[in-house]
Design a binder for this molecule. Structure first.
Ligand code: PLP
Length: 442
């Protein structure tokens, strides 16, 4: 049943007078009649301005790993407030949080804080360039590393004709064309292609910047043998391996994807789950490289290691490290997949799941995709139509099939029951509106 969005729509009309697209981030604009404004969030649920309640699977694109307004983290943040904010000086807690990170992620020998994922990745790239004395970088098709010029070259697959290589385009106007030549694109899970690119261009390539579970591309995952090959190729060619764990860090395992897959980066970046929503990010890595910071490489920022974010991160990491929160998240994600699988299989709809149960991509084809090009052959129009009905039924996933479903420790049995009820309705409504063309035997 379609929701009432009267107050949301009225807020949009007012907001758009003052804020471009009526929002603070382009990704939050879902159209004049569907943009949602949040009244409050608690646990895994949010309530909008029309008092529609949703079980949320966006969780702020991942940060709310323990759920919204987690009382333990918020109490810690209030303690952090007592410290006083920012001083253009350091506080004791920085070391405590850095020590926890180093314990959880062995590759994080040294640690520096920033405020957002973008800032951390930007710093990692700069550091890799400084360390190697080279400017180019290799990046996977379908990965996302934030909104800064170097990371804003991408291969828009929706426009790809499935013949030849997809075009490399800027994600936005205003990105200087001169920055394009630094980026080399490869497909996930093709070690031969990576070997070839490095063989030909390693003299110019500073780093391989890799997001092993692509959190903005369904959760398409690099396979362990590919990562192992990537590690060896980087070592062979003097290329820094940067693993961007902004989404996977402290989520898919205590030590992130590096623990899950048994791979060690030279540099790695974290944000999202680090502070349960408080703005904080991390650049970490091998001592030899990290010691370049302050010895030729600039790093800093007025709000870096703010006492509120730092206190929130300290508590959030303590919970993730010392309780079974991540096991419960994985367990819920598995039950969610099983429930959806049952509903889809009963209707003969071909599907598969990608990524990790804590950040699952639902893909409408028999075989899970191994790279971004494969997404093109799935029935993403079915997903896009279904997502709209899910929203009406109180299940908030991203409207675009490429964003995975994020699970938090606050998702419980009642969330699961509400989700599967809404999912069944949404699948049936989408089948009805799209005809039988989507009924591929499972
Ligand atoms: C893998 C990855 N890196 C970097 C970023 C950028 O982080 P932020 O949005 O905090 O700047 C994101 C954001 O989604 C991300 O998923």
């Amino acid at each position: 049943m379609a929701r009432k969005l009267t107050n949301n729509n009225a807020q949009f009309e007012r907001a758009v007078q003052r804020l471009p697209l009526g929002v603070a981030s382009n990704f939050r604009y879902w159209g004049a009649d569907r943009t949602i404004y949040v009244k409050s969030g608690k646990g895994a649920r949010i309530i909008d301005l029309d008092d529609n309640e949703y079980v949320d699977y966006r969780m702020g694109y991942g940060p709310a790993i323990l759920g919204y307004a987690d009382e333990r983290v918020d109490a810690a943040a209030r303690d952090g407030m007592q410290v006083g904010g920012v001083f253009a000086l350091s506080t004791e807690r920085e070391l405590a949080v850095a020590n926890r990170i180093a314990k959880m992620v062995p590759a994080a020998e040294l640690v520096r804080f920033s405020n957002s994922g973008t800032e951390a990745v930007m710093a990692a790239l700069r550091l890799a360039r400084a360390y190697t004395g080279k400017d180019d970088y290799v990046i996977l098709e379908g990965s996302y590393h934030g909104l800064f010029d170097a990371a804003m070259w991408f291969t828009p697959m929706d426009k790809w004709s499935q013949v030849g290589d997809p075009e490399v385009k800027p994600y936005s106007e205003g990105v200087p064309v001169s920055t394009k030549s630094f980026a080399h694109f490869v497909q996930a899970n093709d070690a031969n292609q990576l070997a070839d690119v490095l063989k030909r261009h390693a003299h110019r390539i500073a780093c391989l910047l890799i997001e092993p579970i692509m959190g903005n591309c369904l959760g398409i995952a690099a396979e362990p043998p590919y990562l192992k090959a990537a590690r060896e190729l980087c070592d062979k060619h003097g290329v820094v391996l940067i693993i961007d764990e902004v989404k996977t860090g402290f989520r898919v395992a205590r030590g992130g994807v590096q623990e899950l897959y048994g791979v060690k980066s030279d540099l790695c970046t974290f944000a999202k789950a680090l502070g349960n929503g408080y703005p904080i990010s991390v650049l970490a890595g091998r001592e030899e490289i990290m010691r370049k910071i302050g010895r030729g490489v600039a790093h800093g920022g007025t709000y870096t290691a703010h006492s509120v974010s730092l206190a929130a991160a300290e508590k959030c990491l303590e919970i993730l490290d010392e309780t079974d929160a991540l096991e419960r998240i994985c367990d819920y994600g598995t039950k969610l997949r099983n429930g959806m699988r049952g509903i889809l299989a009963a209707r003969g709809i071909a599907h598969s799941f990608v990524g990790h149960p804590s950040m699952s991509g639902l893909y409408f084809a028999h075989e899970p995709p191994r790279n971004y090009r494969a997404w093109k052959s799935s029935d993403y129009s079915f997903y896009d139509a279904m997502a709209q009905v899910l929203h009406d039924e109180g299940v908030l996933c991203e409207p675009d099939s490429r964003e995975p479903w994020f699970v938090s420790a606050a998702h419980d049995d009642s969330c699961l029951a509400d989700t599967l009820r809404g999912f069944e309705i949404a699948v049936d409504a989408t089948l009805k509106s799209s005809g039988a063309s989507h009924k591929v035997p499972a």
